[in-house]
Design a protein. Structure first.
Length: 222
């Protein structure tokens, strides 16, 4: 939710608001914030409604019997299920709205290239890595006290140098869940723009040499 608020604030104060159709993207992103807020409140409510069987102070009232604790859990179960289901629905809606927002931004900037932001120039190697990441399945492995390793969806290693450039330019994003597990790597909206509109600077192969033209010797054919 906090991240969507930051993104909404940045977009609302940027030149993107001059792009025809940008209002739809801003409205959709605000829907992400609203849905994420509802999901967070439902999860908080589930925590509050969850019966906790802790130990009392020494010399305090006797602990509840197992039958009482079981009845309390049974009474809370449908309330918890409803809260969790509502939270899941709004989280799914948030994810859908994020996809719509990213697609709409790319569409708007495609149809109105005069508003397109400057994109970093990519080398052929960087562009190739970005294409591989866009195919999905890229993972970054960052175990504790071991070298970081990045592989694409086919399990092939992605070199650190072009990967680092793409991450620094915010053309890709790493889902930082934990230092000890694999992390998903996805292409950002800016990265998709780079894929759509920027071609790598490939040197053209030299054209094959033409055979020399036959010389006129002035003789007669026999």
């Amino acid at each position: 939710m906090s991240r969507s608020l930051v993104r909404l604030s940045v977009l609302d104060g940027s030149q993107y608001t001059a792009v025809p159709g940008s209002r739809f993207s801003l409205d959709t992103l605000s829907g992400v914030t609203a849905s994420a807020s509802i999901a967070a409140s439902q999860l908080a409510r589930a925590v509050g409604d969850n019966p906790l069987d802790g130990a009392d102070f020494a010399g305090g009232p006797p602990a509840d019997e197992e039958s009482v604790r079981q009845a309390r859990r049974s009474e809370a179960a449908p309330v918890l299920a409803k809260s969790l289901a509502t939270a899941a629905q709004h989280l799914e809606l948030s994810a859908t709205c994020c996809q719509y927002t990213a697609s709409a931004i790319i569409r708007d900037l495609t149809e109105h290239p005069e508003h397109r932001p400057d994109l970093p120039g990519l080398s052929p190697a960087q562009y190739a890595v970005l294409e591989r990441i866009a195919q999905g399945g890229t993972r970054r492995y960052a175990p504790h006290n071991r070298p970081v390793r990045v592989t694409d969806g086919d399990g092939r290693t992605i070199h650190a140098k072009p990967f680092g450039v793409l991450e620094k330019e915010r053309l890709i994003r790493v889902a930082r869940t934990s230092r000890y597990v694999n992390q998903d790597v996805v292409v950002t909206a800016a990265g998709q723009l780079a894929l759509d509109f920027q071609k790598p600077h490939r040197s053209q192969a030299p054209s094959p040499a033409k055979p020399p033209a036959p010389r006129n010797t002035g003789g007669r054919k026999r």
